[in-house]
Design a protein around this ligand. Structure first.
Ligand code: CMC
Length: 429
């Protein structure tokens, strides 16, 4: 039963328990079930389909209409008018910076972008063909062994320094993971470039000749960073929050987030899109592939979303960026990109996808853009991790600063064996 302020549960033939209803600024109300354990039962919600795990002021998604706001600002406006570091400032601090604050923030981040030289030795411990995400989980986690001076999570200044260090160093760590794999020498960051330009420089410059950054590609990459910067309580952000709820240091928590992001249902999807395009091979094979999707032999990667059941607003922006990049590079007739566009068209017109409200998500197009820029497929998820680091650390900071924070400790419905006695080895059948 529900009235304006509470939901009443009737259980055990007539006992009542009231649960207050909480209202947010946007989105559905939530029922505060913290007192539910008084019933002697737990709630059951695998996958958190009906559970708000925390209160947050950072990002809002309206999945039904396809809207995404960072601190109240629509993602479309930020992608068009802001840049990544400004969006980082916004996510971290809650407000857009003044010109002075922006200059100071940009300077701080660029000043922190070197990594401790001894971290180079850590790379050498990995096999050359290690996946860059494996390297990133290890190296980002190892930052806690290098930056002891900012590990007091109860000190707001330490938290801020750690956040800046992470946002600044993760691109350097990701680029170095790629270069180690390729056998290229480490390329030091350049502070006269923008964040995205510097990343392209660290990825692709060589000591032999000058590397000229293409502004269209750098802008496209910056937009990819903005679009991936945060997405409220997704799996990796929830992982960061859960890891952080025990008091673990921020570098360890972000490493946990990177590990979670790696999965193909989450950040691994843009990599999976390119692998899928390679498997399909050419436009003639699309109908057979689609039959397999409908028979549930495989999924159409880059389609569908847990929250967006109309369209992913990031996908619309990325589709435009995709066009800009393909034009700039003269790639519109490239067979792989033609195949991607044919696949998108067929899926959008197919009853199976329409019925299930399956639309292309951001990863369908971001994979294509990254591939056109010349970023190898194995670097797609590290780039997602690089961009999401600000979201993770913003959520971590919000959680740690909340005086009501508790260690995350879900309960379970146990369906294993009931109590039984140990049987000696000789007596077992
Ligand atoms: N291809 C084919 N069928 C699909 C797909 C897909 N990509 N996604 C969902 N379905 C079907 C699913 O089989 C189910 O069909 P039925 O009702 O007949 O059983 C129906 O659509 C509902 O799907 P669901 O599994 O209940 O949806 P979900 O909310 O649990 O899953 C998802 C969301 C993103 C995990 C899933 O859509 C998926 O695996 N997509 C492909 C991977 C991908 O692109 N992931 C990137 C997400 S965006 C980046 C991010 O935010 O991390």
């Amino acid at each position: 039963m529900e009235n304006n302020r509470k939901v009443t549960l009737t259980y055990n033939d007539g006992q009542n328990l009231d649960f207050p209803i909480m209202e947010g600024t946007l989105g559905p109300n939530v029922v505060d079930i913290r007192s539910f354990a008084k019933t002697g039962m737990f709630t059951f919600d695998p996958g958190f389909l009906a559970t708000a795990s925390c209160e947050s002021k950072i990002t809002f998604i309206d999945g039904d209409v396809g809207q995404l706001y960072y601190r109240g600002y629509p993602i479309e406006q930020l992608a068009e008018e802001s840049d990544f570091l400004e969006s980082c400032y916004l996510l971290l601090n809650g407000e857009l910076p003044t010109a002075e604050q922006k200059a100071e923030f940009d300077r701080k981040i660029m000043r922190h972008n070197m990594i401790h030289d001894q971290l180079q030795n850590l790379y050498k411990g990995f096999r050359r063909d290690a996946h860059p995400m494996a390297v990133m989980v290890g190296v980002v986690g190892a930052l806690s062994a290098f930056y002891h001076d900012s590990l007091d999570i109860n000190d707001p200044h330490h938290r801020e320094v750690s956040a800046h260090r992470l946002i600044a160093k993760v691109p350097t760590i990701a680029a170095q993971a790629y270069r180690y794999n390729k056998g290229l020498p480490f390329s030091y960051p350049r502070n006269d470039l923008t964040y995205a330009e510097n990343f392209l420089h660290m990825m692709f410059s060589t000591p032999c000749e000058e590397y000229k950054v293409n502004k269209v590609l750098a802008r496209a990459l910056d937009r990819i960073f903005i679009l991936h910067a945060d997405h409220e309580q997704n799996a990796s952000t929830s992982t960061v929050r859960l890891a952080g709820s025990s008091g673990a240091n921020p570098f360890a928590c972000i490493a946990a987030g990177i590990a979670c992001l790696w999965g193909p249902s989450h950040g691994g999807a843009n990599e999976a899109v390119l692998k899928m395009l390679d498997e399909i091979g050419s436009v003639e094979n699309v109908p057979a592939f689609m039959e397999g999707v409908k028979a549930k032999t495989h999924k159409l990667m880059g389609f569908g979303h847990r929250v967006y059941k109309n369209m992913d607003p990031r996908a619309a922006i990325m589709k435009r960026t995709c066009d800009e990049v393909l034009n700039e590079l003269g790639l519109h007739n490239d067979p792989k990109f033609k195949l991607a566009m044919a696949l998108e068209k067929i899926a959008l017109e197919d009853e199976y996808f329409i019925e299930r409200k399956l639309y292309p998500n951001v990863d369908f197009y971001s994979g294509i853009v990254l591939s056109a820029i010349g970023i190898p497929v194995s670097m797609f998820t590290p780039i997602f991790a690089l961009a999401r680091t600000v979201g993770w650390i913003s959520h971590w900071t919000e959680m740690i600063a909340d005086p009501t924070m508790k260690i995350g400790r879900p309960r379970q419905l146990y369906t294993g064996a009931p109590r039984r006695d140990y049987v000696a080895l000789a007596d077992r059948k």
